[in-house]
Design a binder for this molecule. Structure first.
Ligand code: SAJ
Length: 416
């Protein structure tokens, strides 16, 4: 069997490796020539895919920018980005381009599976009509299904093989084909009755997180006003062994999934005269969290008689979450902009992120040097390799947005 994969990013490349290691020939297609050239030389750009794994599966992996190579594939998986536009609406450009290129080479009896996160009905209403420009009929001449990606970059405990894979076929036979295909790389495949169910299940997974993160962020602001330790409240609630799932307050909600996916659904819902209040409210709270954190910084400086203007503030951690280098939609970047807007002199230290070109900033490589001369240190993303005890010892005052200083009752430290 041969599988084609369109889009060789953090979803497509791990899939390519998984199929190759399962004995399937893989044709990987991407429109980025430099990326394809690097992969052809067995150099990986994805942290979760060491170059050695490319080497090991080399004889079953072919990478190209030429969609014509997909003609030899029995199945083609589309794994291209589905971001938001500047006014936070679904940006299906990459998906439409991939579909149009695939339609030009589509062959009878091929199976096409969309993995990119999107709103319900994208597969049926957008992807299928484009593919049918080939003259072939979906569900009759070729198969179509949707199967959401559940790749969590940097995670080792949950893998493609041991994470259940949801699959929704355009027709029962499409679903059966997709189930057999994923059964070669996943221990459990979960068949659902339609692409829409599969599309919406993915959005629910991430909207669930967005809403609960917003809940604890809002609770943190209330607790501050009531002088209650929100971290102790969350710890206590987390002792409940059923009916509760822990979420922690923080500087906001970053990443390439959570700040984006919910707005795909709220955008589509408008077509049905429906305003999903939870999604909008959660988005509003999470997007306002960096602003709230900026006021906490100003408040702390004020308490020691310092103005924000010309204060030297050290931001610890600018990646969107601990342990990663990804700064997409990172609240740390927003917080830096807000503090600079108030005239502060902001520096940062993040062992995963040496440069922030979009802010014209280079990270302070040495923590000790970075702490020298700082009027306030704010822990925004708590990477495990950063010595936060040292931060508490050496910074004049510390604002901890991640609850990593809870062992300290030092009066110079405040937390969300
Ligand atoms: N965050 C909080 N408080 C929390 C959890 C997260 O403030 O309690 C913040 C993080 O700091 C980050 C953002 O929210 O800025 C997103 O964090 P995340 O833990 O949801 O991590 P992501 O964005 O990498 O989410 C991915 C998703 N995986 C896929 O879409 C395949 C998500 O569905 C996973 O549940 C999540 O990883 C995970 O469990 O790690």
């Amino acid at each position: 069997m041969t599988v084609g994969i369109v889009g060789l990013g953090y979803v497509g490349l791990p899939l390519a490796i998984e199929f190759a290691q399962a004995g399937t020939r893989v044709v990987g297609v991407d429109n980025d020539e430099a990326l394809v050239a690097a992969l052809a030389e067995r150099r990986s750009h994805i942290d979760d895919v060491p170059s050695q794994r490319l080497e090991a599966a080399a004889e079953r992996l072919r990478f190209t920018t030429d969609y014509a190579a997909l003609a030899e594939a029995d199945a083609v998986l589309i794994c291209v980005p589905t971001p938001l536009s500047v006014n936070r609406e679904p940006e299906l450009g990459p998906l439409l381009a991939a579909a149009e290129s695939l339609a030009a080479v589509l062959r009878r009896n091929q199976l096409v599976v969309l993995e990119s996160t999107t709103y319900p009905r994208t597969t049926r209403e957008t992807l299928v009509p484009i593919l049918e420009r080939s003259g072939l009929r979906a569900g009759e001449d070729f198969g179509v299904a949707f199967s959401p990606e559940r790749v969590d970059p940097g995670r080792a405990d949950h893998t493609i093989r041991n994470t259940p894979k949801v699959v929704g076929g355009l027709t029962p036979s499409c679903g059966e084909r997709a189930e057999r295909l994923y059964g070669t790389i996943c221990d459990e495949v979960v068949r659902v009755g339609s692409p829409e169910v599969a599309e919406l299940s993915k959005l629910l997974e991430n909207i669930f997180r967005s809403v609960n993160i917003a809940l604890v962020n809002e609770l943190a602001a209330l607790c501050h006003r009531m002088d209650i330790d929100v971290w102790e409240v969350v710890d206590a609630a987390s002792t409940k062994p059923f009916g509760f799932m822990r979420f922690d307050p923080g500087p906001g909600m970053g990443g390439h999934c959570l700040p984006v996916d919910p707005f795909y659904l709220s955008w589509k819902a408008r077509e049905f005269d429906f305003v999903p209040e939870f999604i909008e409210l959660a988005g509003k709270i999470n997007q306002s969290q960096p602003y709230y954190c900026a006021t906490r910084v100003v408040e702390m400086l004020n308490q020691v008689g310092k103005a924000t203007r010309d204060a030297r503030i050290l931001v610890l951690g600018v990646a969107y979450k601990a342990g990663v280098a990804d700064t997409r939609e990172s609240p740390g970047l927003k917080l830096i902009r807000l503090l600079r807007g108030r005239g502060a002199d902001v520096a940062y230290h993040d062992p995963h992120v040496p440069e922030l070109p979009e802010l014209g900033l280079s990270g302070e490589p040495d923590l000790g040097d970075a702490l020298q001369g700082a009027d306030l240190a704010v822990i925004v993303t708590a990477h495990p390799e950063v010595d936060h005890d040292r931060v508490v010892r050496e910074a004049p005052i510390v604002l901890d947005l991640r609850g990593v200083t809870r062992g300290s009752d030092d009066g110079r430290v405040q937390r969300l």
